[in-house]
Design a binder for this molecule. Sequence first.
Ligand SMILES: NC(=O)c1ccc[n+]([C@@H]2O[C@H](COP(=O)([O-])OP(=O)(O)OC[C@H]3O[C@@H](n4cnc5c(N)ncnc54)[C@H](OP(=O)(O)O)[C@@H]3O)[C@@H](O)[C@H]2O)c1
Length: 258
Amino acid sequence: MRGKIAIVTGASRGIGKAIALGLAQEGAGVVVAARSESAPNERLPGSIHETAAEIEKLGGRALAVRCDVTNEASVTAMVEAALEKFGRIDVLVNNAAIDFPFPAREMPLKRWDIVMKVNVTGPFLCSKAVLPAMIAQGGGSIVNITSNAGAERGSGTVGYSAVYGVSKAALDRFTWALAAEEGKHNIAVNAVKPWAVVNTEGMRLWVPEEGRTGWVSPASMVTCAVFLARQDAGGVTGCVAFDDEYIAWHGLKVREEA
Ligand SMILES: NC(=O)c1ccc[n+]([C@@H]2O[C@H](COP(=O)([O-])OP(=O)(O)OC[C@H]3O[C@@H](n4cnc5c(N)ncnc54)[C@H](OP(=O)(O)O)[C@@H]3O)[C@@H](O)[C@H]2O)c1
């Protein structure tokens, strides 16, 4: 991916950070976008500057930009900063997401709204902001990080909220719509969801140690995000699938250290 530039939202920790490092290892310049400029607290470590420093330590190019994906002005400023530093945008990974895993009857409206704003409006705003650059360049790739919570019937009882599931179903639907709309501009739009729970700072916040059996590293998600980042409309597009499915269908090799 040498010469390519990727924006990864929610890259201060978790899967987003792992994808940012994975794209950088493949040679891409990476815009590390999230809100935390310094680790907010011990239970939720990670910041955009730490991720950018790790990329640079590996010999990669990174730009840390504070960005709240729910705020259009913040998203526009982040994309402008990316273009000013790197001159192009080839890949957008819409990874930032949140949840408050309470049953619907206990969910305050404020929290319902913010989950929808981060998980659905965020990918819309970020996609809208990068599309002019991608179209002018003749193509690009948008990768949405989704969840099976959008497709299965369980909720609340299985560790996530109804609104989280609703938001991920909406993101899947948005993926199909955007793929259909932007194919003519040679832009691929796909979504990938983890088959197994991925051990991240965000997940650890809600689930105690004894409940973490079967959790995996982000390696499969990184492999798939890098694969999808390489696509344009002539390749894989309009696809919403598990990481394990992309890996099987396309014979991808997972690098565990990713
Ligand atoms: N872990 C899993 O097992 C699992 C399963 C299914 C799907 N997923 C999906 O995978 C993705 C990453 O999950 P994760 O477990 O790595 O989550 P995480 O550890 O909680 O990280 C979430 C990231 O999103 C960022 N973020 C939150 N609100 C934001 C906002 N308003 N603007 C910009 N960035 C924001 C956070 O950064 P700041 O706080 O610094 O802003 C953080 O970097 C999500 O889309 C999630 O739905 C994860």
